[in-house]
Design a protein around this ligand. Structure first.
Ligand code: DQA
Length: 150
């Protein structure tokens, strides 16, 4: 990548468009728009460029990951329910080989057993889970620190 300004793609998976209304006891009161503003401010502080996208469709998320090849330096992703089901999203991340951090608002490891397994974790640098919107903020910080240390 020739540009000095790091570019990070932020992807939000299914049902995250409902944040704020959706099971607020688990996912909090903040909306996706709130998370996007928080990330924009964090990105500005870190001196990186971000683009955030949300989709409820697996194929759309895969197209966005494929399209990130040679365009974005890093990927911050909350794959939501696809975390636990999607070999295809895992394969897309492995294919583009873009450094990826997986984030979750809730702690997936202390919830139902079906949420304990992540198909994404083995192709990610790491996972931050359970800190609400701070998972995103710290995920972005961790990703940028990783990209700058290469
Ligand atoms: C989630 C956790 C997933 O298990 C769930 O399906 C989601 C959100 C989280 O951010 O806590 O939709 O990824």
């Amino acid at each position: 990548m020739s540009s000095a300004l790091l570019k990070v793609l932020v992807l939000h998976g299914p049902n995250l468009n409902l944040l704020g209304k959706r099971e607020p006891d688990i996912y909090g009161q903040q909306t996706l728009r709130d998370i996007e503003s928080l990330l924009k401010a964090e990105a500005a502080g870190l001196g990186v460029e971000i683009l955030s996208q949300q989709s409820n469709h697996e194929g759309v998320l895969i197209d966005q990951i494929q399209g990130a090849f040679d365009v974005f330096d890093g990927l911050l992703i909350n794959p939501a329910a696809y975390t636990h089901t999607s070999v295809a999203i895992r394969d897309a991340i492995a294919a583009v080989a873009i450094p990826t951090v997986e984030v979750h608002l809730s702690n997936i490891h202390r919830r139902e057993a079906f949420r304990h397994h992540s198909y994404i974790a083995p192709v990610a640098i790491g996972q931050i889970s359970g800190f609400g919107v701070e998972s995103y903020r710290w995920g972005l910080q961790a990703l940028v620190t990783h990209l700058r240390s290469r």
